[in-house]
Design a protein around this ligand. Structure first.
Ligand code: COA
Length: 90
């Protein structure tokens, strides 16, 4: 199963809501699917969050952001280039 996107409203970030949502998905779908996967840019805003939620880096799609978007994307002053896929067991 793949998470396509997840977001917490800025004023509620850092309060555990997104982690609770991941835990809900795990509990709800653990008997239906084997793996929970997410793809994200190599950004300090997202990778540490997923690692805190038990995901580990699985594979990379090189140049995903530069090949598929018509404009550069920056997070924390760093341009996103590769797509990092992380997985955790359900
Ligand atoms: C990424 C995002 C969804 C996290 O939501 P959140 O509700 O703030 O996350 P939580 O409060 O549930 O955090 C869970 C854990 O991750 C950690 N964490 C969250 N963001 C982090 C960061 N940028 N760096 C380090 N740790 C982080 C928290 O400290 C917490 O750790 P703990 O379990 O030890 O207390 C939120 O920052 C967001 O909406 N960002 C913008 C949208 C986005 O980038 N979505 C991802 C698209 S792939």
């Amino acid at each position: 199963m793949k998470i396509k996107n997840i977001a917490t409203a800025p004023e509620y970030q850092g309060k555990g809501y997104a982690k609770k949502l991941i835990e809900y998905l795990v509990a709800e779908y653990k008997n239906t699917y084997a793996i929970l996967q997410v793809g994200t840019g190599d950004s300090p805003l997202t990778i540490p969050f997923y690692e805190k939620c038990g995901f580990i880096r699985h594979h990379i799609i090189k140049n995903f952001f530069t090949d598929n978007y018509d404009h550069p994307i920056f997070e924390c002053g760093v341009q996103l280039v590769d797509m990092i896929y992380l997985q955790r067991k359900l």
